[in-house]
Design a protein around this ligand. Sequence first.
Ligand SMILES: Nc1ncnc2c1ncn2[C@@H]1O[C@H](COP(=O)(O)OP(=O)(O)OP(=O)(O)O)[C@@H](O)[C@H]1O
Ligand SMILES: [Mg+2]
Length: 498
Amino acid sequence: MTTHRLNIAGVTKSFGPVKVLHGVDLKIAPGSVVGLLGENGAGKSTLMNIVSGSLRQDAGHLHLDGTELALQSVRDGIDLGIRFVHQELSTIGSLSVAENIFLGDYLAGRAGVIKRRDMAARSQEALASVGLDRIDPNTIVETLRPGQQQLIEIAKAVVVQPRLLILDEPTSSLTSVEAAKLFELMRKLAADGAAVIFITHKLEEALNNCDRIVVLRDGALVSDELADQTDKARLIHHMVGKSSVFEWKGSAAKASDAQISIRGLCDADAHLSPVSLDVGAGEVVALFGLVGAGRTEFMETLFGFRKAAGGEVFIHGRPLRLGHVPTSVRNGVAMVPEGRKVRGILPSHSVERNISASNLDRLSRFGLMRAGAEQGAAADLAASLRIKMENAKQVITRLSGGNQQKAVFARAVMVEPRLLLLDEPTHGVDVGAKSEIYEIIHELALKGMSVIVSSSELPEVLAIADRCVVFSQGEMVGSLTRSEMSEGEILRLAFANH
Ligand SMILES: Nc1ncnc2c1ncn2[C@@H]1O[C@H](COP(=O)(O)OP(=O)(O)OP(=O)(O)O)[C@@H](O)[C@H]1O
Ligand SMILES: [Mg+2]
């Protein structure tokens, strides 16, 4: 009889009256990499929280190498070699890289045993395994990019060879080079005998890097296939129960004067060379670039979140006061920032409060929306984005990661801005909801809204953009019309300054 590294049998879990996992069975062999896919709210993180000891199942059993798991805490799991890298960053910004890597041992009071010098050397090794060789272990973590912080969490998880490594959407803030390095590490750990569970919304990543792919739908396992015997269309079908594709719907841009006119805009921190760009009513402009290309800086400067060092912005010919978010909002500019955890959500408030524009209604272009109408509009949006929740009064942090992201998007859309700025709006969002978001962007464009959307996914750019503006190292290096746009041309420009 073979012993499985992990054997999950009949696991169920409810939160209050809501049953989230309905008897999940899953067996994983040592040395294998298993992709775990499913829509937002399907129960992926909940299942992994049970496996790692931070939640208890209501019924069912778990075995690790044939021994029943009865974890009382995450610490118990770690001691058995189970490491879980969460969807949300949990590094402590004010500590150094080395301190973060050994945090668990500090907390367990075992730090005395580890010599400082050992710690530095072992951190260096762990950093090298995730491709961060060039980072000094004494660096304070908050000075690093989110992607690098994510890699530090992974380094921390593999500093001792784990028996079971769980990665919950680890690639959403990684560059393609960083992600490739991570896949190599997953392979190596598996070759050394670990079992790896890899959660992602990027189907190609799963197809290219896993041995097996399982799909969770509404808390039940609905498919279990070898990666080389399935494909994208099948996986989407398993996830959403229907095929879901979004294709370019044609332009909504009106051939009129520019609604938004940006002249020589640059930021006070000198990340950007002056940017000039006109955006028409109904036009969707995608910003493409490699990480560090300056897209976020550009959007934040335009929104007033970052100080401008120079330049002018006109909305319908009227100059906008720069560097002041309330003024931007009053003039019809809304922004969905990247990474909901940092600035996106009001964590202690309900979903309704997070989506609703009630405190923003006077800022709305149409100013007159009444409370009832507004609640209705919020509910409609929540429904069309299929935000999975018990009810709208629920605290937003109880929603799954992707559903929180949808709520942040809904709020920006609720104020019906003239100019909507979206920074990676579909990060962590499942394939089904992605096409809903594209559909909504298209509908807003038809109403005359101008949209600037930063995206690192070429298929996304090709699905939604009238124009693609490419940034490279802080400079706008090109602008491609629909007919000039192709993956090759966009990438050529993105690498222009490299
Ligand atoms: N502590 C909690 N209290 C109440 N409900 C919860 C709690 N944690 C999760 N849920 C609910 O359980 C369901 C499954 O959530 P889970 O986080 O496991 O989804 P997921 O598959 O990881 O989704 P995503 O892809 O968006 O991360 C969701 O409907 C979520 O709202
Ligand atoms: Mg999750």
